[in-house]
Design a protein around this ligand. Sequence first.
Ligand code: C5P
Length: 286
Amino acid sequence: MEPIVTKARAKLNLTLDVLGKRSDGYHDLCMVMQSVALCDTVTIRREAERGIAVSSNLDFLPTGKNNLAASAALHLCEAAGMDPNGLRIDLEKSIPVCAGMGGGSSDAAAVLNALNQAWKLGYAPQELAALGERVGSDVPYCVLGGTALAEGRGEILTPLPSLPWCFVVICKPHFAVSTPELFARIDGMKLHCHPDTRGMLQALENGDVLGVARRMYNVFEDVLPRNQGGTVAEIKTELIRHGALGACMSGTGPTVFGLFDTLVGAWRAYHDLRQTYTETFLTVTI
Ligand code: C5P
């Protein structure tokens, strides 16, 4: 097998609403998702070794089955009757890790898409998304990418009109968040505000970037511990000060992003935030 080289795009949540806890322990969500050009590079090759191995430019990532990319390959091999032995997946990570940007899920989705194509397995995107659901809640969306509404656990997907092209500044604060812990905090509180998802869908339908930016809202921002919420709010203020049309936290955070309609404003925000936050990026919607 020739080495396969593919891109795994980061995702942002334009909206994120938690509707309630389910009997299986997961939560019903309602999210508008958006891909951006910021990506990891995933290389898959076959080596004369047993098992499946993952390597990366980050030494703290899991190298075996616990890595979502390896888990995706194993699920695909099992479903398609392919041999996973000797598969080596190399991840050149650019998407911040544990950041609410779906980096691991996107790597997993890239593996599903790439092997499906290279091995001519003929799975439709929806079938690959269903396989991805076993790997993680964000994987089905990452298989499809673009602008989409994600409901249920994250696996019920409706493609949406593409967000008109805009610049995005992405900034990851230095603290770490725990996804299960944030979901637990949501369970323990009454949420008073929710995103205007219907208005967001209408703004996308109208190609109204300002309308989209003004409706960006993530309920997890409201349950962050006070000091973390303070940092997120400061970054949002800084993005808006530089001309962002809107700013929001993505996923369970801590990454914050701002949408810009001019490169000048985006560049200034990027340059400024990077002085404090090393994991700051300037990218575009895709
Ligand atoms: O599916 P995934 O492994 O990505 O989910 C990670 C954690 O996020 C779950 O263990 C659960 O605590 C939480 N989660 C949730 N409801 C969802 C998605 C994730 O409670 N819809």
